[in-house]
Design a protein around this ligand. Structure first.
Ligand code: FES
Length: 356
């Protein structure tokens, strides 16, 4: 049997269909189904109605953006209220307006464009054969297609719809831009402010949220606890309290003193109790899972793993440096206190960039 005979077909070889062997197709090309005109294609009233619906959806988007800005600028911020509950009410109202506003802004544009495409733009299916690219003829054809598409969208014929789309599309990204303002509202905003936390010499470690101080005896070997600095309660502004808390949260755990592996700073621990920042050095998620048998701390976001018995060295995952350790000791009354602030900034590995 020849090389291209039936034996190839029987053995499962690929059959190439060229001009001369059209009969080799297993199934005839059914072609495109016949075009069925939509209501708006044959009835100008229906087309007008669709135009109004699309315009209404773009208007919904514009209203959504306005609602967002009302929530953002007109509703007071939580830290402007002396009373905690008034602040919480304002916060809830603001979050509702921001969420509803942003959702309407995006949905209005999205639904409007989809409805426009489904009702008014031509829905003929077009087949374009492959051929060599980038010839002058291609360029002219591409230009022609763009011109045709602009005509087909009817954007010139329907100025109301076009103008509301332009207004909605210009306004919709603004909420995202103004929200950058909330990254830090403090007057002394700057990267340097992130270097320091509320921890300082003699600041007690207290439970969150009760604020009760902790004695060494409160921690058994193998246990772990989430703590905050006692002086956090002295900050009156709720907003500032939240941002300081985010930097200062600490995990406290107790090991057998002989479980530490060649510690560089044994003087930063107390009877096997060791403390570290809870902010992951990868991109800042809270490190939350402590495995007492391995002494491993796991960050749930990207699985960075830190070893408490090796002063929080990274043993797995994308984090680039150990969790900063908080030097601790006990005060005259036997309560756990910090010896100082963290010895290095907490949080993502941004801080290593200058040393690279
Ligand atoms: S934020 Fe912790 S591993 Fe990525």
């Amino acid at each position: 049997m020849g090389e291209h005979g039936n034996g190839d077909r029987d053995s499962g070889a690929v059959i190439t269909a060229g001009e001369g062997d059209k009969g080799s197709y297993a199934i005839d090309n059914p072609g495109l189904p016949p075009h069925r005109p939509r209501l708006a294609d044959v009835d100008e009233k229906a087309a007008k109605r669709a135009e109004r619906q699309v315009t209404a959806l773009f208007l919904v988007s514009i209203i959504g953006t306005v609602v967002f800005f009302v929530g953002y600028f007109a509703v007071g911020r939580m830290d402007e209220f002396d009373d905690y509950f008034d602040g919480m009410t304002a916060l809830r109202l603001q979050n509702t307006l921001l969420g509803v506003g942003a959702a309407l802004a995006m949905l209005g544009i999205g639904l409007g464009v989809v409805h426009w495409a489904k009702t008014l733009m031509p829905d003929h299916e077009i087949v374009e054969d492959r051929k060599p690219l980038r010839t002058e003829q291609d360029r002219q054809e591409a230009e022609k297609i763009v011109t045709e598409v602009v005509e087909e969208t009817q954007i010139k014929r329907r100025p109301l719809m076009r103008n509301t789309l332009i207004a909605a599309a210009l306004l919709a990204p603004l909420p995202g831009i103004v929200m950058f303002r909330d990254l830090d509202r403090s007057e002394d905003f700057g990267v340097e402010r992130l270097r320091h936390s509320l921890w300082d010499e003699g600041v007690r470690l207290v439970r969150d949220p009760t604020g009760t101080p902790i004695r060494a005896a409160d921690l058994t070997v193998g246990s772990a606890m989430h703590v905050i600095p006692e002086n956090l309660r002295e900050i009156s502004s709720h907003g500032e309290r939240l941002s300081e808390k985010a930097k200062a949260v600490v995990l406290l755990m107790r090991l057998n003193p002989d479980e530490f592996e060649n510690p560089e700073h044994p003087e930063w621990t107390h009877e096997g109790i060791i403390a570290c920042s809870k902010v992951c050095t990868h991109v800042g998620c809270p490190v939350a899972l402590y495995e007492r048998h391995t002494h491993h701390l796991l960050c749930p976001c990207h699985q960075s793993t830190f070893d408490a018995s090796q002063e929080f060295k990274v043993v797995f995952g994308p984090a680039g440096r150990p969790l900063p350790q908080l030097p601790i000791t006990v005060d005259d009354e036997g309560f756990l206190v910090a010896q100082s602030d963290f010895q290095e900034p907490v949080g993502p590995t941004y801080w290593e960039r200058g040393n690279a």
